[in-house]
Design a protein around this ligand. Structure first.
Ligand code: SF4
Length: 406
């Protein structure tokens, strides 16, 4: 594991999952089902949790959604699924939490957006109501500022003050300051109502990488509350993954961030669990946490003219991921195993020797021959149609032999 000095923060317990302090950076995700659809939401929560999401957020936007929450949590419990469920509230959270105490009790945390909880009002009554519900039921909150819904009154006030300043900032910098101030002031307000300091997590999401880094650096310097990281509205496909990785990696490398989410837009009918795998991969690539054996694979080139090599790499990676839930129960440290799947002898033996177990594929799809290296030594050359099965069999033996005795 990489040695990264984490920013000091208090520890917040979210339904048994500890966030902050020296606890592992927690992976979280959010459903996109209609929360009122109990079956659909339970299925997606289970898929996300089984993929490795340690906290799952659901939107609670209507009375039907609020009524469904306790049924969702009860059903998950029936299936033995203990993942804490977080309620995401905007505009009407004060009404829903007050009117549906079973919902308030069933949730493990409330996400409150200070930018829209008191919208159009001159007082902080709505916000206060939500904080008082959290106090009544002993729940933590995440004060989640988002620059798409930043408190307009606060921004106007800060813009006015800036205009009168002898050294005014540009508008973008005032907006970033306003995001940070909104989070810090909202936390102080919650504590003034009586919410304990160790019941508060902060986030301040923006959608541009450099802005996110600026905002979180300010936030990290100005409080000791745990921080939830995420590049909001990151987008689709490669853009969303790369932008999220770029932003979160820089902050995590600086020790900033106690829980993360990759806010990816799935393709229609796309797999929602991709955001969990991306979050895990960011943490594992940085050497912060390990979740599953890592496959080192070359990109292939003119030496791998058939698709046989790509199929082999894909099958082995899929096999490792599928085995992980079982392996995690039986073996210690298997998630740190390195497997190399290489296209030819140019870099194949070298990479294979650096891995716990590695295979490279000189030969053609018609006549495949694949030397296998275990702990740096050539142990056999696999041939013929059964290379994938033979290799996964060797991986299984290696796992049993190396991690089974621990
Ligand atoms: Fe090409 Fe071989 Fe390098 Fe893979 S290891 S990219 S097949 S030269």
């Amino acid at each position: 594991m990489a040695i990264i000095a984490r920013r000091k923060s208090v520890v917040v317990n979210i339904g048994g999952v500890k966030v902050g302090g020296s606890n592992p950076v927690v992976v979280q995700s959010m459903t996109n089902t209609d929360t009122a659809d109990v079956t659909g939401t339970v299925n997606q929560v289970m898929a996300l949790a089984n993929a490795g999401s340690e906290l799952v957020r659901v939107t609670v936007n209507t009375e039907e959604a609020a009524k469904a929450v306790p049924r969702i949590v009860d059903t998950l419990n029936l299936f033995g699924m203990k993942v804490p469920i977080i309620g995401d509230f905007h505009y009407n959270g004060h009404i829903l939490l007050k009117k549906y105490p079973e919902c308030a009790k069933a949730l493990s945390k409330y996400r409150i957006n200070p930018g829209n909880v008191n919208i159009g009002r001159k007082t902080d009554d709505n916000y206060r109501t939500m904080i008082e519900c959290a106090m009544e039921y002993g729940k933590p909150v995440r004060i989640g500022v988002n620059w798409g819904s930043l408190d307009g009154t606060l921004l106007t006030r800060m813009m006015d003050e800036n205009a009168k300043s002898a050294t005014p900032l540009n508008a973008a910098d005032v907006t970033k300051r306003a995001i940070v101030v909104s989070a810090i002031e909202s936390a102080a307000m919650a504590e003034s109502y009586g919410l304990p300091h160790d019941k508060i997590i902060l986030s301040a999401k923006v959608s541009a990488v450099q802005d996110l880094i600026d905002v979180y650096r300010m936030l990290a310097a100005e409080c000791d509350l745990p921080l939830h990281l995420g590049l909001t509205e990151a987008g689709m496909g490669a853009k969303g993954i790369v932008a999220t990785t770029a932003a979160l990696s820089i902050l995590l490398q600086e020790g900033i961030g106690d829980t993360i989410r990759a806010s990816l837009t799935p393709l229609p009918n796309g797999d929602r669990t991709e955001e969990v795998l991306v979050s895990q991969q960011i943490l594992q690539s940085l050497g912060i946490r390990s979740f599953t054996p890592q496959v080192t694979a070359c990109p292939g080139c003119g030496r791998t003219t058939s698709t046989f090599f790509q199929e082999l790499a894909d099958q082995i990676q899929t096999y490792l991921r599928e085995q992980m839930p079982l392996w995690k129960e039986k073996y210690t440290g298997v998630e740190e195993m390195k497997v190399a799947v290489m296209g030819c002898i140019v870099n194949g033996p070298g990479e294979s020797k650096h891995a716990n177990i590695g295979i490279s594929l000189p030969g053609t799809a018609e006549d495949p021959k694949a030397p296998v290296y275990v702990d740096g030594k050539l142990v056999t050359t696999l041939k013929g149609d059964g290379i994938v099965d033979d290799f996964t069999g060797m991986v299984n033996q290696y796992v049993e032999r190396t991690y089974g005795a621990n």
